[in-house]
Design a protein around this ligand. Sequence first.
Ligand code: ATP
Ligand code: MG
Ligand code: MG
Length: 383
Amino acid sequence: GATIGVLGGGQLGRMLANAGSELGYRFVTLDPTPNGPMGQVAEQIVAAYSDAEAARKLAQQADVITYEFENVSSEVAGMLMQEAYVPQGNQLLHTTQHRLREKRAIEAAGVQVAPYREITSVEELRQAVEQFGTPCVLKTATGGYDGKGQWVIRSLDEVEEAFSTLSKAKTELVLEQFIHFSKEISVIAARSPRGEVKVFPAAENIHVSNILHLSIVPARISDVLRAEAEQLALKIAEGLQAVGLIAVEMFVTDDEQLYVNELAPRPHNSGHYTMEACLTSQFEQHVRAVCNLPLGDPSLTTPVVMVNVLGQHVEPLLDRMATEDELAKELHVTAKVHLYGKAEAAHNRKMGHVNVLASSIEQAMAWIERTGIWKDEWSSWNK
Ligand code: ATP
Ligand code: MG
Ligand code: MG
């Protein structure tokens, strides 16, 4: 069978390799950390992403190249395009690596984002905060994740400190109006080089301390809004000529407006529920898309809640797994555990996830609450 080369070797790569192996593909990852999540299940070239020699080696071994890590420099991706088949190209990568470029591209596709302004000086910031009103959110244009590189400005007094702190990142800054959302949702679309597109069902996402805690599917929104969100993701996939997966994070307001928050051109944490709850997982779909195979059926087969397993949750989860789960029987739920094989269970580090399949969202939520494993998260968002 053909070999798929993957830039990045974290959990997304591991689950991609597991899904793609089932279709007969071989996987090689390029990642600087030996024996990481993907290195345990695939061949690995241990080197920095910027190592041109290593990238060339990957290109020689692979028939198709994709990425699971979006901060791969677009120059490296461009170089790989000279030497190998990179169906996703490097343009979307370049766009989504920078919040300003990303917002402009979303708007060009005819989709709305929160009002924003590029910020290059503290005076500009003060002016923009006065214009938008507080709260508003200052973000670094590149490199942010899990809420890092962000400052929620709650009063004009914070302008100088916010500017000087985020300026240390040596990247452009962008100020966004604060959206008083009633829900956060995401939709993952897939598009293949032949132009076929499909979307997964919208997920309702709950974050705690800026880290995804729960994805609830079906999202508890109206059918009209659900259809609108799914259409919006298709519009972005087509407008940006994406190949492979593109995850679209959105805010929903009380008056049922949708604003796109950000994009990720790869499998997404909020799509892990697809592994057992859809006829095709996001990982299989990504492989199908980059290999230009017909896309799979993304239909949902059951209500599901995905809960992330962070470092502090691993031990209590392993304890629970070691005995019969009477609670799961009582609630008629099936809890499917996925662990990524990371050695160091640091606090708040993503170590795995559990897909809780149930006949209703309420049953799945009851299992998560009553296990007590996520009691800290539960008390902070459920207040
Ligand atoms: P990720 O880990 O998803 O890549 P990130 O660090 O790139 O996160 P964002 O997704 O931009 O950060 O923001 C993190 C969270 O902060 C959002 O999910 C949302 O809850 C909140 N947030 C961000 N921007 C806004 C905004 N303009 N208005 C209201 N809330 C916001
Ligand atoms: Mg992000
Ligand atoms: Mg985000």
